[in-house]
Every structure is written in structure tokens, then in C-alpha cells.
Design a protein around this ligand. Structure first.
Ligand code: NI
Length: 208
């Protein structure tokens, strides 16, 4: 093995280990805290700056959401079950939170920017709730977001020549500094989900 080959091998191994560690962290948040409703200490390795496009074609960055914690979910509008179910549950949680719902940002980020244009995203997401920001962008912008947020997303060809997307189903909870503090798992009990959202609101700076 040449020096360069060895270097490449070690670099790829490091990337693989990092990916596995992040995956385990997300998984632990998803499964480990399922019943406690607890959040974790802010984790800087998941998240970070992003630049995407809203359903009305405006640029949205992490700075747009600064000052308020954010509830973030990744999916696509052609999703047969997980995404519509989650959006509908999210809408239900917002109803229960009442006035407190305004203390959080909500975003649905597509992992399928090819089909999910701003118009498609707006029509789909706002059919659930207009307080949820639809986010899409160029393939490069979305790929960068998926990477930074350690989201699993994979294009899967269908027999008819069309395609679907495999994607992680957890709802991400980010604090007002845009640091990862936990997840709500797909199908998690409403009571636990609401506990987490209330704790997320409590992490916000007093002024907001
Ligand atoms: Ni989905």
C-alpha cells in the first residue's frame, strides 16, 4: 500500500467512524429518551450553519431562526406515510402548546429538492400548518444541510422508473443557538413529545 493510498484509507476510515458515532448519538436520543421526555446537553457535532430557500422563494439561514429554538424535520412531499403523519402530529402538538407554540420555529426540510420546488413545498407544508417553514434549495444546498445535520437520506429507484427516498424519521430539536439537544422519534407518545417541546421552550433565552 503506497503512502497516498494509506492516507486515503485512513481518511475514509475516520469519516466512517465519525458517521457511525453521529448515527449512534442520534439513535440514542431517539430510543434512549423515548419515555423520559428529557433533552441532552447541547451537542455541536450535529447541525451548524445552512442556507436554504423557503416556500416563497426567500433565502433562509440558521440566522433566520436565531433566538428561538427550532423543531426541524427532514422528508419529502411524495412520502407515502412517515412525513404526512409527522407533519400532522407536529400540527397537533402545536395546537396543544397553544400560545407557547409561538416560542418555537418549525421547519420541514426536503431531502428531495429535485421534485420539491419552493411552490411544491409551500402547497404541501402549508396544507398542514402555515407556521411550519417549508425549506428546499439547490441540490448542493440540501446536500450540505443533510451532511451537517447527519440526516440519513437515500434515493431508491422504483420499478416504474420513478423513485422514492429513504430518510431518517426523527424530529430534530435545536436550541436557540442552533445546537442539537434531542429528537422526537417517529411514533413517540404525544405526552413525551410534548414534555420535550416544553423543555425545549424552557431552554430559550428569557427575552424571547
Ligand atoms: Ni417521509
Amino acid at each position: 500500500m503506497s503512502g497516498l493510498k494509506l492516507f486515503r484509507y485512513v481518511a475514509w476510515a475516520a469519516v466512517a467512524v465519525l458517521a457511525v458515532v453521529s448515527g449512534v448519538l442520534v439513535y440514542k436520543q431517539t430510543v434512549g429518551n423515548e419515555n423520559s421526555g428529557a433533552l441532552i446537553e447541547p451537542l455541536a457535532s450535529i447541525g451548524g450553519p445552512f442556507e436554504l430557500v423557503s416556500g416563497t422563494g426567500e433565502t433562509v439561514t440558521d440566522q433566520t431562526f436565531a433566538g428561538k429554538p427550532t423543531v426541524m424535520f427532514f422528508g419529502f412531499t411524495f412520502c407515502p406515510d412517515v412525513c404526512p403523519t409527522t407533519l400532522s402530529e407536529l400540527q397537533g402538538w402545536m395546537e396543544v402548546l397553544g400560545d407557547d407554540a409561538a416560542k418555537l420555529n418549525y421547519a420541514f426540510v426536503t431531502v428531495d429538492p429535485e421534485r420539491d420546488t419552493p411552490d411544491v413545498m409551500r402547497d404541501y407544508v402549508w396544507a398542514f400548518d402555515k407556521r411550519i417553514t417549508p425549506l428546499t434549495g439547490s441540490k448542493e444546498q440540501v446536500d450540505a444541510m443533510i451532511k451537517a445535520y447527519r440526516v440519513y437520506a437515500k434515493k431508491v429507484p422504483l420499478d416504474d422508473g420513478d423513485y422514492t427516498m429513504d430518510h431518517s424519521a426523527s424530529v430534530y430539536l435545536m436550541n436557540a443557538d442552533n445546537k442539537f439537544v434531542g429528537t422526537i422519534a417517529y411514533g413517540e407518545a404525544e405526552e413525551t413529545a410534548l414534555k420535550k417541546l416544553q423543555r425545549l421552550i424552557a431552554t430559550a433565552p428569557a427575552s424571547s
